[in-house]
Design a protein around this ligand. Structure first.
Ligand SMILES: Nc1ncnc2c1ncn2[C@@H]1O[C@H](COP(=O)(O)OP(=O)(O)O)[C@@H](O)[C@H]1O
Ligand SMILES: [Mg+2]
Length: 161
């Protein structure tokens, strides 16, 4: 994935959107596009003036990656790395976000909810997808419960997060 810059302009993102392919989905705040020539990526376009969903996903993904690093003095935590759809790139004002493309869940798939952090706000099935190998990941984590995430004293014991 090294061929994409972490930060790109809106124009660079717009050139990567596959306009001939139907959009892959639409939520309350974003339209999700297929990427030209790439069936492994999506481009999320924020439809709001302040692109909080893209910004939050980008921030959360970077934290998930960082906590999985083996850094001296830190307790390495790789638990979330396979549970969150990877983010690759964001546009300079956050309007566009490039994310790993997931497949829809199969009817027999069950989301292992206890593995996911409690601070995820959208826990409906359409917030999750699967990789070709069957790994279930959250693909909509644009809205998280910061109150839960930032205050460890709020945890009720169902989850370690
Ligand atoms: N990474 C992805 N891979 C495949 N489909 C996706 C991906 N992200 C979003 N989608 C599809 O687009 C829909 C809307 O995206 P979502 O991130 O939920 O937007 P919103 O934040 O507006 O709810 C999702 O419900 C899903 O169907
Ligand atoms: Mg959604």
């Amino acid at each position: 994935m090294a061929e994409f810059m972490t930060l790109m302009t809106d124009a660079e993102f717009e050139a990567l959107i596959d306009r001939n392919s139907p959009s892959l989905g639409k939520g309350g705040s974003r339209l999700v596009h297929a990427a030209l020539g790439r069936d492994d990526l999506v481009i999320k376009e924020s439809l709001q003036p302040f692109p909080s969903g893209n910004f939050t996903e980008w921030t959360v993904w970077n934290a998930v990656e960082k906590m999985a690093e083996d850094i001296m003095g830190n307790q390495q935590n790789t638990d979330l790395l396979t549970l969150f759809a990877r983010c690759f790139s964001i546009s300079q004002n956050g309007r566009y976000l490039m994310m790993e493309r997931l497949l829809p869940l199969e009817p027999t798939d069950r989301v292992p909810m206890t593995k996911f952090p409690q601070w995820l706000t959208d826990k409906k099935p359409n917030a999750f997808g699967r990789t070709a190998e069957g790994q279930i990941k959250v693909l909509d984590y644009g809205l998280i419960n910061f109150y839960l995430a930032l205050n460890p004293k709020n945890r009720n014991g169902n989850s370690i997060y």
